[in-house]
Structures are given as structure tokens and as C-alpha cells.
Design a protein around this ligand. Structure first.
Ligand code: 5GP
Ligand code: ZN
Length: 119
């Protein structure tokens, strides 16, 4: 990452990316870090985050297109490495649909039956 990579000193996921807060990291790329969710909703529940701080997926797509695209490749690698061909990818965008951490994160969820539509 370059010195221009945006970070927020008050952001939980920026602190995990920086190694200042421990996490169970399962994958690291030039632009991404993936770690297990602290409150897993399925046997596999990993969060893939861009190293660059933006508040949601749309903001990352606009400002960090390369890092945003890398999220999907990392998610596929994590799912495959953990033995899952079938998995669900979710971006919660906005508090109204359950976003609680305002640093873009792609949920990778697998390992149990899932229903559609989601709740
Ligand atoms: P959101 O609700 O914003 O889509 O997802 C945030 C996710 O971050 C939640 O699933 C929550 O369990 C997870 N989370 C919150 N704090 C921590 C933490 O300190 N470490 C890890 N590994 N996950 C966290
Ligand atoms: Zn952040």
C-alpha cells in the first residue's frame, strides 16, 4: 500500500488491517485482508476488507476500483481454501439494513443451508 492509502484512526477494521487489534486472519493480499467474523453466522463466516478505508461498497467501488475488485477474488480463494464451492457474499450498506462497521467489508458465508430471500 502506498502512503496515500486512506485510513481512519478510529476505525475498527483499519486497526485490524494495521495489526493493532488481533483477528483470525485467513488471507492477505496487496489490497485486501480477510479474517473470521467474531460472531459467525455460519460454519464459514469471513470478512474480506480492502486495506483502504471507505465507508461502504459503493464508496470503495468509486474511489478504489482495484481494491474493490480484489475483494471478490479474495473471497473466492477463501471459500475454496476452506472447502466450500457454494457460498454467499453480502455487503450490508447502511445502518437500516444492518451495517454496523463503516469500513467496506464483504461477508463470505458458507457451510449451512440458506434461505432466500434473506431476512
Ligand atoms: P455489518 O453488520 O457491518 O455488515 O458487519 C460487521 C461484522 O463485523 C459483524 O458480522 C460483526 O460480528 C463483525 N465484527 C464486529 N467487531 C468485530 C471484531 O472486533 N472482530 C471481528 N473479527 N469481527 C467483528
Ligand atoms: Zn477503516
Amino acid at each position: 500500500m502506498t502512503s496515500a492509502t486512506p485510513t481512519d484512526p478510529d476505525c475498527l477494521f483499519c486497526k485490524i488491517v494495521a495489526g493493532e487489534i488481533p483477528a483470525d486472519v485467513v488471507h492477505e493480499g496487496a489490497a485486501t485482508v480477510a479474517f473470521r467474523d467474531i460472531n459467525p453466522q455460519a460454519p464459514l463466516h469471513v470478512l474480506v476488507v480492502p486495506r483502504a478505508h471507505h465507508e461502504n461498497a459503493a464508496a470503495s467501488a468509486a474511489a478504489d476500483a482495484e481494491g474493490f475488485a480484489a475483494l471478490f477474488a479474495a473471497a473466492a480463494e477463501v471459500a475454496r481454501a476452506e472447502g466450500h464451492d457454494d457460498y454467499r457474499l453480502v455487503f450490508n450498506t447502511g445502518a437500516g439494513v444492518g451495517q454496523t462497521v463503516f469500513h467496506t467489508h464483504l461477508h463470505v458465508i458458507a457451510g449451512r443451508p440458506m434461505t432466500w430471500p434473506p431476512g
